[in-house]
Design a protein around this ligand. Structure first.
Ligand code: C2E
Ligand code: C2E
Ligand code: C2E
Length: 88
């Protein structure tokens, strides 16, 4: 249902992602920049990405999609609830 879809949505915190140092998330950051460019979505603090694109990125990192979700969560670049994010 709608509720499940909403909680499964992959939303990136762009400030955190682009500020993250080191090679670890470099490909995710590059991909996010490319998506912003394709959509013309430059002013957002967050970016919702396709589940398909997460799967493609997971292949690049040679891990499972859930493994990549875990890594993004550890690095604090995933927004669990975008509406709560803007309320805080
Ligand atoms: P497209 O895939 O042919 O999508 C055309 C338009 O349909 C998009 O224009 C967007 O307005 C809408 N659209 C398609 N899928 C979704 C969706 O899941 N959610 C929402 N909210 N809208 C959707 P837009 O955003 O200007 O993107 C233009 C083109 O840029 C897209 O054409 C696609 O080729 C590429 N693109 C944009 N964002 C992504 C992305 O996250 N991943 C990939 N792989 N390509 C993207
Ligand atoms: P939501 O998906 O939970 O997103 C909440 C807020 O996070 C959005 O408020 C927006 O400020 C931000 N946000 C999420 N994803 C992106 C992104 O990829 N780029 C940017 N720049 N900001 C993002 P907003 O715009 O007021 O939208 C409120 C709600 O309206 C959204 O909740 C969503 O449920 C719906 N919505 C807005 N635009 C679209 C759309 O293009 N397609 C669909 N399907 N729903 C949309
Ligand atoms: P959303 O807009 O709420 O869309 C939720 C799901 O509905 C998408 O999950 C996709 O499975 C389906 N969907 C929505 N619009 C379209 C469409 O035009 N064509 C197709 N084939 N499917 C569609 P998905 O792909 O995992 O995307 C998650 C979120 O990423 C979307 O949530 C939207 O916020 C963002 N997104 C994905 N692709 C685009 C895009 O091309 N342009 C923009 N502006 N946002 C996109």
């Amino acid at each position: 249902g709608i509720r499940l879809e909403a909680t499964n949505k992959i939303v990136l915190d762009l400030e955190k992602l682009y500020d993250t140092t080191g090679e670890d998330l470099a490909y995710v950051a590059r991909y996010a920049r490319a998506i912003q460019q394709q959509r013309g979505d430059y002013n957002g603090r967050v970016l919702s990405i396709r589940a398909d694109d997460l799967r493609a990125l997971a292949i690049v990192y040679d891990i499972s999609p859930s493994g990549l979700i875990e890594r993004l969560t550890e690095q604090g670049v995933l927004v669990a609830d975008p509406r709560a994010f803007f309320a805080s």
